[in-house]
Design a protein around this ligand. Structure first.
Ligand code: GRF
Length: 211
C-alpha cells in the first residue's frame, strides 16, 4: 500500500511587496502546483503581500512581532504558530520575511519551513545579497530555495537558479533579474515537495526522479 502524503497547505510569511507570494498563489490557481494557500501572514501592517493575498481571496493577517525588531520570538512567535495552526497550514514559506526564525516555529513544523534567498548560498547570506554580489565583483549570482534551520541562510538547499551579473548592472537591475528566477524557483521547489520527491539526507536534499 502506498501512503499518500498529506496535500500541501501553504502559509506564506512576508514583510514586503510579495511578488514571490503572488507566483505561488498563481501556480496554485493555475493548477501547476497541487496545493492550497492556507494563509498569508505579515509582520508589517500595510505590506503589499497582504493586499495581493486579499485580492485572490486568501486569508491575510497582520500579526505583530513586537517588541523584537529582527527575530520572531516569545509571545509573537507563539502568536504566529497559533495562527498557522488555526489556518491548518502544514508548510511555511518565508518570502521576504525580515526576521530570524527560532526554535518555537521550527519545532512546530519540522523540516517544513522553506525560505527563498536572493543569492547562490552559501555565497552572500544575510541582507541585500545582490548588493553584496555586485560589491564582490561576482560574475554569477542567483537564488536559492532552502529548508530553514536554526542558522541564518544555512539550511539544506532544495533548488538554485543562476543569474549572470552584467558589467552595467545596478543593485536594482540585478535584483530584478534575480527575482525573475525566484519566481520560477519557489513554485519548482514546492512542486517537488507536493509530489513527495524531496528526501533530506543529512544536510543534502535528494530529489527523487519523477514517477
Ligand atoms: C526576495 O528577493 C527574496 O529572495 C528575499 O526577499 C525578497 C522578497 O521579495 N528573501 P518579494 O516580497 O517576494 O517580492
Amino acid at each position: 500500500m502506498t501512503i499518500q502524503p498529506a496535500s500541501l497547505r501553504i502559509a506564506i510569511l512576508g514583510s514586503g511587496k510579495g511578488s514571490n507570494a503572488q507566483c505561488i498563489i498563481e501556480a496554485v490557481a493555475s493548477g501547476s502546483l497541487d496545493a492550497q494557500v492556507a494563509c498569508v501572514l505579515s509582520d508589517v501592517e500595510h505590506a503589499g503581500i497582504l493586499d495581493r493575498a486579499r485580492r485572490h481571496g486568501i486569508p491575510a493577517e497582520y500579526v505583530s512581532a513586537a517588541p523584537y525588531r529582527t527575530k520572531l520570538a516569545g509571545d509573537a512567535e507563539r502568536a504566529y504558530v497559533d495562527a498557522l495552526k488555526r489556518y491548518g497550514a502544514n508548510v511555511v514559506c518565508l518570502a521576504g520575511f525580515m526576521r530570524i526564525i527560532k526554535h518555537g516555529l521550527l519545532s512546530a513544523f519540522p523540516d517544513r519551513v522553506l525560505n527563498i534567498h536572493p543569492a547562490l548560498l552559501p555565497a552572500f547570506p544575510g541582507l541585500d545579497s545582490w548588493k553584496q554580489a555586485l560589491a564582490y565583483g561576482a560574475k554569477v549570482t542567483g537564488c536559492t530555495v532552502h529548508f530553514v534551520d536554526a542558522g541564518t541562510d544555512t539550511g539544506p538547499v532544495i533548488v538554485q537558479r543562476a543569474v549572470p551579473v552584467h558589467d552595467d548592472d545596478t543593485p536594482d537591475s540585478l535584483h530584478a533579474r534575480i527575482q525573475v528566477e525566484e519566481h520560477k524557483a519557489y513554485p519548482e521547489a514546492l512542486r517537488l515537495l507536493a509530489a513527495d520527491r524531496l528526501r533530506l539526507e543529512g544536510r543534502r536534499v535528494r530529489v527523487l526522479p519523477a514517477p
